[in-house]
Write a new protein. Structure first.
Length: 91
């Protein structure tokens, strides 16, 4: 497993633990519990839009628009293209 994924997993576990600890702290006060719920939802939505959504959109667009074919260097040569005019070298 890559170190980046391990760090993300640990960070997610820490956030879940802190969310649970905050919920238990404000459990007896409905007003503070409502504010906690609103702010936790806003933070969760922001993190989803900033982190998870771009990853999902990138995966979807790659699956739709990428052919998966490997391009060989000779395929990149555009000398056969009639629209490409070779430049004259100054003598």
């Amino acid at each position: 497993m890559k170190l980046r994924w391990i760090m993300r997993l640990c960070l997610t576990a820490l956030l879940v633990y802190l969310a649970r600890a905050g919920w238990l702290k404000f459990e007896n006060n409905p007003g503070l519990l409502f504010l906690y719920f609103v702010f936790a939802g806003a933070l969760g939505g922001f993190l989803f839009v900033k982190c998870a959504l771009p990853w999902m959109i990138e995966a979807i667009t790659t699956s739709l628009f990428s052919s998966g074919e490997k391009i060989k260097p000779e395929d990149l040569d555009d000398t056969d293209d009639p629209e490409v005019v070779p430049e004259d070298k100054p003598s």
